[in-house]
Design a protein around this ligand. Structure first.
Ligand code: AP5
Ligand code: MG
Length: 219
């Protein structure tokens, strides 16, 4: 968890590789619905463009269905979920169901990435993404090998709609502070919250996350 632009997507993809688990990003799942124009995508579009949170009723089942799928059987890296108390409750219910099965051991760590506000704007302004595979680049810090094209599938990179307008970015930050920061207390009280300073280059943040997660007792 962390504010927009802190590096959730960047670090989640790396952790997914380290642990061999799928990366489950609620934002990417929604953008995929938008791209293929499903009913959910059409309903989510306006919220996402305004930087508002998509209603819990819409996003909750998409994410829980995804992590309940066969590919997530041994584990998953969540990115951008939960973001509200209701989503945290939905995740908790799902994990409690899994824990009730005594043949399974369920280990959970929550990671909170924090960074100075000024860096968020700088990172979002220079972010470019692949609309096909959702790889994340940065024209300053992590440019693609060929200018403007995705390293993985050569699709032309784009700027995300919700990165174009400073008012929308402020709205995303405000909602993060109002709705998501409070649920960090829940993980902190359970003593499974790893706090990581993401003011450093991405290559330094990854080992810091791994070290913090290993220090943290697991639920
Ligand atoms: P979502 O896609 O989750 O967006 P977000 O939370 O605003 O976060 P971002 O994806 O913008 O940032 P990030 O932290 O992933 O940063 P990144 O790694 O890309 O959600 C979008 C929208 O969908 C929401 O506004 C909402 O409408 C809806 N939504 C999604 N989930 C929802 C939910 N659970 N409930 C309700 N609605 C939901 O990095 C940013 C840039 O910085 C990149 O260019 C990267 O290369 C660079 N960078 C990363 N780390 C570093 C570093 N350490 N140093 C220098 N540069 C770095
Ligand atoms: Mg992201």
């Amino acid at each position: 968890m962390g504010p927009p632009g802190v590096g959730k997507g960047t670090q989640s993809k790396r952790l997914a590789e380290v642990f061999g688990f799928p990366h489950v990003s609620s934002g990417d799942l929604l953008r995929e619905h938008l791209r293929i124009r499903t009913r959910i995508g059409c309903e989510a579009k306006d919220f996402m463009e305004r930087g508002a949170l998509v209603p819990d009723s819409l996003i909750g089942s998409i994410v829980i269905d995804r992590i309940a799928s066969a590919s997530c059987k041994t584990g998953f890296i969540l990115d951008g979920f939960p973001r509200t108390c209701q989503q945290a409750d939905a995740l908790h219910s799902y994990l409690s169901e899994l824990s009730a099965d005594k043949t399974k051991t369920v280990c959970v760590s929550a990671v909170h990435l924090f960074v100075d506000h000024a860096l968020l704007f700088r990172r979002l302004a220079s972010r470019r993404v692949c609309p096909t595979c959702y790889s994340v680049y940065n024209i300053n810090d992590r440019p693609p090998r060929v200018k403007g094209l995705c390293d993985l599938d050569s699709t032309a990179l784009v700027t995300r709609e919700d990165d174009r307008n400073e008012i929308v970015i402020w709205e995303r930050i405000k909602l993060y502070e109002e709705q998501t920061l409070p649920i960090l207390n829940y993980y902190s009280e359970k003593r499974i919250l790893a706090e990581v300073n993401a003011n450093y280059p991405a290559d330094e943040v990854t080992p810091a996350i791994l070290a913090a997660v290993r220090r943290c007792p697991q639920m």
